[in-house]
Write a new protein. Structure first.
Length: 388
């Protein structure tokens, strides 16, 4: 509620008679025009008269995918700030440095303009939002991060959050040996750089002028760019440890320290762009809708975050063989027989290959959900294409 007593509502809708008003930022639903079932919703914000008798203004905010406003705050100038989630590739992102699934947006006091709109890494800002007396935004994400964000000027170079590189929202924790993605504005080179193995068959600790430091230890780096760095957590980490920090040094310029904690395991399965598992069938074909795995056959998947030290491998070393170690339970959807789990040939230590047997029958299903569990920690369920 503002000083005049007007109340504000925000959420998501695809209602064709939503009362979007003339002069509002977006007066028409922006999603696709034809659906077999329900269309994906747009976010909305609506300002009510002080006595609740009608709408002052109302506007959509969104794109072709599903968008939702989940939190709302007002600043001293009357700008309405929204935090939420977006699945739209065309969602407005004028001030953004990320292509993640969360967003922050500022809508003018009249509802007619969008002075600020930016996407943020998934799980970093959509949970809760507040504005202080200086106009600084304080946003909380589902991954446990609370950030202070200035909506004016270029974002400062900083670590905004870390996530399992296979899947997951950004937060502030990692397991030993986990391949992680580090997100933040201006943390690496404008032109992305991927690693080339060193002469010793390892991943370098400096790439494109960038280092990621955990104390005096430099993490092995797989990929660096202006907004994302992929690195490997050291195997010396132990679960339930706190008081740890990361810092990115980009061509001599250091970010503030980012606090994180270590956990015993954070398993996730590597995925394709369509959300299915990166998997290889028993006959050597890549698992897909055109090449499903047969019931009872062996399927290979790749995981990181199991928190187990592989035999004979050091931090950053690239595996040359399938060194076995017992790390994981696989559910597909009931407990499956794990034929092999161990280091993945050609991949950095911390990536684990798991070969398991699919159930003998899938009824009429064209996909089967697979989960990996390590010590009570479960991965996100991922689909594998299957057939009789």
């Amino acid at each position: 509620m503002d000083a005049a007593g007007s109340a504000y509502l925000a959420g998501s809708t695809f209602d064709p008679v939503f009362p979007a008003t003339a002069g509002a930022y977006q007066t028409a639903y922006d999603g696709p025009s034809s659906f077999s079932y329900f269309p994906p919703p747009d976010a909305f914000v609506l300002k009510l008269k002080p006595d609740g008798s009608g709408v002052v203004w109302a506007t959509y905010l969104g794109g072709a995918g599903a968008d939702a406003a989940t939190s709302l705050a007002l600043d001293g100038s009357g700008v309405v700030w929204l935090a939420g989630t977006t699945g739209s590739s065309d969602f407005p992102n004028a001030q953004g440095w990320s292509q993640g699934g969360d967003f922050l947006a500022g809508i003018s006091a009249t509802g007619a303009a969008l002075p600020y709109c930016a996407r943020y890494p998934t799980g970093t800002v959509a949970q809760s939002l507040a504005v202080d007396s200086y106009g600084l935004l304080h946003a909380a994400g589902g991954g446990g991060i609370v950030s202070a964000i200035s909506p004016v000027g270029k974002p400062a170079s900083q670590i905004f959050g870390i996530a399992n590189a296979a899947y997951g929202s950004a937060g502030g924790q990692m397991a030993r040996g986990e391949v992680i993605s580090i997100f933040g504005p201006d943390i690496g080179p404008a032109t992305p750089v991927s690693y080339t193995p060193t002469g010793a068959g390892s991943v370098p600790a400096s790439l494109g002028g960038v280092q990621v430091m955990m104390g005096s230890y430099a993490l092995p780096l797989l990929y660096v760019s202006a907004s994302q760095i992929n690195a490997v957590a050291p195997f010396s980490l132990y679960g339930s440890a706190a008081g740890l920090t990361l810092q990115v040094i980009n061509n001599g310029v250091a970010t503030p320290f980012f606090p994180f904690s270590s956990i015993t395991a954070d398993p996730e399965i590597f995925q394709n762009p369509d959300g299915s598992a990166v998997a290889v069938n028993q006959d050597g074909t890549i698992n897909s809708a055109e090449h499903p795995a047969k019931s009872g056959s062996i399927v290979s998947i790749w995981v990181t975050g199991v928190g187990t030290t592989p035999a004979n491998l050091q931090d950053g070393q690239i595996a040359t063989g399938a060194n076995p170690f017992d790390c994981c339970v696989v559910y597909a959807p009931s407990a499956a027989t794990v034929v092999h789990s161990g280091s993945a040939p050609g991949a950095v230590a911390g990536v684990v290959q798991i070969n398991f047997q699919l159930p003998l029958s899938f009824l009429t299903l064209s996909t089967t959900e697979v989960e990996v569990a390590v010590g009570g920690h479960y991965s996100y369920p991922v689909a594998i294409y299957t057939a009789q």
